[in-house]
Write a protein that binds this ligand. Structure first.
Ligand SMILES: NC(=O)c1ccc[n+]([C@@H]2O[C@H](COP(=O)([O-])OP(=O)(O)OC[C@H]3O[C@@H](n4cnc5c(N)ncnc54)[C@H](O)[C@@H]3O)[C@@H](O)[C@H]2O)c1
Length: 256
């Protein structure tokens, strides 16, 4: 693949949740530009040249501090942090009564907010401070179109699924985290932006696809690699005048 964002070559990038569906794709995109990728995830894959998996629970500040010490000891200058990990439940045909607002438990609330918000806040605090003390860097938060609009629960009715309230709260919260961080560290040469991607095609049921395609002006979900260039752009010098932005890439779903 031709390198489109040459300044990303040899940049050191953390991707939280980098072993998941979108995370893997984000890692592939950075590897294609010659970046060095460090994945923080509960699940790890085999580390290879230019990609290292560090088994990490991002809700655990001690584990994050240990990773920071790894960077310091090896004298790795961190350039980019991607806050991507979140609990994103996939609709299936199990009756998820516990996701209904009336039944929602405090435990589930804590679990989802811990991963999606506290984890992103801790990574921002620990690794953003490290970048602020060095020469600056870039933070990118992965929000969602559901950080802009409310979920349409009719999409899930056949699978008896409810999109949990925590998903909306986490994704809206990440946009607040983005704006706060962007303004707080602007003078330290840290830029912080968010993306609000729409749903990605992942062999969802025909019933779900028929419904969701009707409420997306472009008539389809995103393809696997359709966020690559946007993510690389927001992390490269090409977006040097962008900070605190929320870039929506959703096939138009939030405009209607
Ligand atoms: N899939 C989509 O269509 C879509 C659309 C819009 C936004 N998003 C967002 O993109 C991001 C990635 O979604 P995905 O579909 O790849 O989900 P996924 O469930 O496939 O991946 C999430 C990853 O995060 C990891 N993780 C969970 N808790 C963790 C913790 N405490 N510490 C470290 N790692 C942890 C998981 O192990 C997993 O590898 C999420 O923030 C999601 O909300 C996804």
């Amino acid at each position: 693949m031709i390198s489109k964002f040459q300044d990303l070559k040899n940049k050191n990038v953390i991707v939280t949740g980098g072993s998941g569906f979108i995370g893997k794709q984000i890692c592939t995109a950075f590897l294609s530009q010659g970046s060095n990728v460090y994945v923080f995830d509960l699940k790890t894959l085999k580390s290879k040249k230019k990609i290292k998996y560090l088994k990490t629970d991002i809700t655990n500040s001690q584990e994050l501090e240990n990773n920071l010490n790894f960077f310091k000891k090896k004298k790795i200058k961190l350039d980019i942090l991607i806050n991507n990990a979140a609990n994103d439940y996939v609709p299936n045909n199990k009756n998820r009564n516990e996701f209904k607002l009336e039944n929602f438990s405090n435990n589930l609330w804590d679990k989802d907010l811990n991963t999606g918000l506290k984890g992103s806040y801790l990574c921002t605090k620990i690794f953003g401070s490290y970048m602020a003390r060095n020469k600056g860097g870039v933070i990118l938060n992965v929000a969602s179109d559901l950080g802009i609009i409310a979920p349409n629960q009719d999409l899930y009715s056949k699978s008896k699924f409810t999109k949990p309230i925590t998903y909306s709260v986490v994704k809206h919260g990440l946009i607040g985290l983005t704006k706060y961080t962007a303004s707080y560290w602007a003078k330290k040469k840290i830029r912080c932006n968010a993306i609000a991607p729409g749903g990605m095609f992942n062999n969802q049921s025909r019933n779900f696809l028929n419904k969701i395609n009707k409420i997306i002006p472009l008539g389809r979900m995103a393809k696997k690699n359709e966020y690559d260039d946007l993510i690389l752009f927001l992390c490269s010098e090409a977006s040097s005048y962008m900070t605190g932005s929320v870039v929506v890439a959703d096939g138009g779903r939030t405009i209607i």
